[in-house]
Design a binder for this molecule. Structure first.
Ligand code: GTP
Ligand code: MG
Length: 239
């Protein structure tokens, strides 16, 4: 693996307890791969916790933004930064250990496709630890992206491997969402551009520390974005 082969990107908002655990898990499973965090000035000291880790580990870096600008905008900044730094591949994941570092190793080993996304629907046991409400919301989101956006993938997850050497980053200019809708909008744009999308089955334990940042308001905004994208689907997917 060359120095510019792989970057790991992790957005954080109020994840102080989780940053050390995720870094330990990634180091154990993937070795000294560079990790870039994007923290939105979390009020709980997440940035300081990342800087503590970075003092002992030179392969940890962080973008600090002035306030909570949204998970989608963090992913866009991370992907663009990886492109600017010349990385061939970018692995993205959540900080809360729902994306398991052992699964990340399978993504990194996957050379198929232009983008590899984690699937929570290929294996019946993927969401075994979750309560019925989160399962219902996740399955509902999956049905909606499958039928309204015609995306035959798990389009709402953040565990992804982008082969930036094949995709570049210009496609991001077409992705407007700064919130959770980023995940399905980005996949729709990539799908429309003919990118090869691969899926790997993943199992998600539920969050152990910290709280979900997905508010009712964020959920509502994502649903509205999905309806807008569904209405524009033919225009977006026209060759
Ligand atoms: N930089 C940044 N990170 C964010 C923002 N919103 C969420 N995140 C991070 O994005 C990741 C996913 O957010 P979660 O709150 O876990 O969302 P979720 O997975 O839908 O919710 P849970 O299932 O309850 O964990 C976590 O690492 C968050 O800290 C944001 O506005 N800015
Ligand atoms: Mg989560």
């Amino acid at each position: 693996m060359t120095n510019n082969d792989l970057l790991i990107f992790i957005p954080t908002y109020k994840e102080r307890e989780n940053v050390r655990l995720i870094v330990e898990g990634l180091r154990y499973n993937l070795g000294p791969v560079p990790i870039l965090f994007c923290d939105d000035n979390s009020p709980d000291g997440t940035y300081e916790a990342i800087m503590d880790l970075a003092r002992d580990d030179g392969a940890i870096d962080v973008i600090r933004r002035p306030g909570k600008l949204g998970i989608g905008s963090a992913h866009k900044d991370g992907i663009r930064e990886a492109g600017r730094r010349g990385y061939r591949r970018l692995l993205t994941l959540d900080c809360d250990l729902t994306h398991q570092p052992s699964d990340c190793a399978r993504f990194v080993a996957c050379e198929r496709g232009d983008v590899v996304v984690g699937s929570r629907f290929a294996d019946r046991e993927s969401l075994a630890d979750w309560n019925w409400l989160r399962k219902a919301l996740t399955r509902g989101g999956h049905l909606a992206t499958t039928w309204l956006l015609r995306l035959p993938y798990d389009a709402t997850g953040a565990l992804r491997l982008y082969h930036l050497d094949r995709l570049g980053t210009d496609w991001l200019d077409s992705v407007k969402s700064d919130g959770y809708a980023f995940f399905f909008e980005s996949l729709m744009v990539l799908h429309a551009r003919g990118a090869a999308i691969e899926e790997l089955s993943i199992r998600l334990p539920k969050r152990t520390y910290g709280n979900s940042k997905m508010s009712i308001r964020e959920l509502f905004k994502s649903v509205m974005m999905m309806l807008r994208l569904a209405a524009r689907r033919r225009e977006i997917t026209r060759p």
